[in-house]
Write a protein that binds this ligand. Structure first.
Ligand code: SF4
Ligand code: SF4
Length: 357
């Protein structure tokens, strides 16, 4: 029987195997060794003996079409038309010819203007969220703060002499889609959302009520129609409701600040994954260079470089020396806000996926 004719698939992730570099496709699942041969360059060796070289460069993530064409031109000439973007928006150029490495590095650094590095025990490209360019929620521009921090840590990106790899992320609201990291810069709101009842219409009410993690939003009637109200003493200013309904505006140019969290780790290595903890907060949301944020990140990195044992990530170093010493070394003030004592969390955490109405 003839196979049923399927409509073209035009949604979901395409089959990644179609896009692999030919050497990766030939040796798929049959790699036996790899090594960093210099900062920014890896060599992978397959069972067959074939070698594949990867040159990693830091991209700013937001790229013009002209810059993408220049990147593709290098990939066409050296990499059989293939390249990869990592989850941290680094560019990876792949080649089977070792002789291509130095000319490629020269073009990447001098033509594209992108640094080669971010491998091994270095500072890898910063993961950041959409910022003012794209998302509907940002209280700051994560991408702009990243540019300023990358400038401060530029040399660490190109070297391989840190105690261990260093991952930094930056998020433009407290939903923190920038992920857990060794050091994470996150916007912080300081008051509950201010409902605009004209803007709150029926369409998103169940989602708004359902999404609040501490049940601070409940259905109510306003001016004769269904609406919501915010129980302000329960609200922890996370901003999740604003993502569901623009009528629950929480951003505030006068009061929003930035906080820095430390010690997050996703890897299973050594002590296993760990959550981030608050290091400092109340840093001014100060575009276009956010100097107070860059200074605070620099302080943490310098203290870690100075005191960490070989292979210790930031969180592992802090756990070993103790949090008191971390605050002493960085000069950050320890306050009552560093202690997680939110009393409504115990009894009202919304652990149901059901929307309440
Ligand atoms: S961190 Fe928040 S504001 Fe920024 S892109 Fe993610 S959801 Fe949007
Ligand atoms: S979702 Fe967050 S900001 Fe909105 S009411 Fe609940 S706790 Fe407050």
């Amino acid at each position: 029987m003839a196979a049923p004719k399927m409509a073209p698939r035009n949604q979901g992730a395409p089959d990644f195997k179609k896009f692999l570099h030919p050497a990766m496709a030939r040796n798929y699942g049959r790699w036996v060794d790899h090594a960093q041969i210099k900062p920014g360059v890896y060599k992978h060796i397959a069972e067959s003996g074939e070698e594949l070289f990867t040159v990693r460069a830091g991209s700013p993530r937001t790229l013009s079409v002209y810059k993408v064409r220049e990147i593709c031109d290098i990939a066409d000439r050296y990499c059989e038309g293939h390249l990869r973007f990592t989850t941290r928006n680094s560019l990876e150029f792949l080649t089977t010819e070792e002789a291509n490495i130095e000319p490629m590095i020269d073009e990447i650094e001098n033509k594209l203007g992108m640094p080669v590095g971010g491998t091994g025990r270095s500072f890898s490209n910063i993961a950041h969220t959409q910022g003012w360019l794209h998302c509907n929620l940002p209280g700051t521009d994560a991408a702009g703060a990243v540019k300023a921090i990358m400038d401060v840590l530029f040399e660490e990106f190109k070297m391989d002499d840190l105690p261990q790899r260093l991952k930094i992320s930056s998020s433009c609201c407290q939903i923190n889609c920038g992920t857990h990291s060794d050091i994470s810069v996150i916007l912080q709101h300081h008051h509950p959302p201010k409902p605009d009842y004209e803007m709150i219409t029926q369409c998103e009410l169940p989602k708004v009520v359902g999404i609040c993690p501490v049940a601070a939003i409940r259905p109510s009637r306003k001016s004769g129609r269904d609406s919501v109200e915010v129980v302000e003493e329960k609200c922890m200013y996370c901003g999740a409701c604003h993502g569901q309904c623009p009528g629950l505006e929480i951003r505030d140019a006068e009061t929003d600040t930035l906080a820095i969290w430390v010690g997050g780790k996703s890897a299973n290595t050594r002590g296993g994954p760990s959550f981030m903890k608050l290091a400092t907060f109340g840093l001014p949301n100060n575009p276009p260079r956010w100097p107070e944020v860059s200074d605070a990140v620099r302080k943490i990195v310098d203290a870690w470089k100075e005191g960490a044992h070989e292979f210790e990530r930031v969180g592992e170093w802090i756990e070993r020396i103790g949090w008191k010493n971390f605050f002493d070394l960085t000069g950050f003030e320890f306050t009552k806000y560093h202690i997680d004592s939110y009393r409504f969390a115990r009894t009202t955490f919304n652990i149901s996926s059901q929307a309440r109405r």
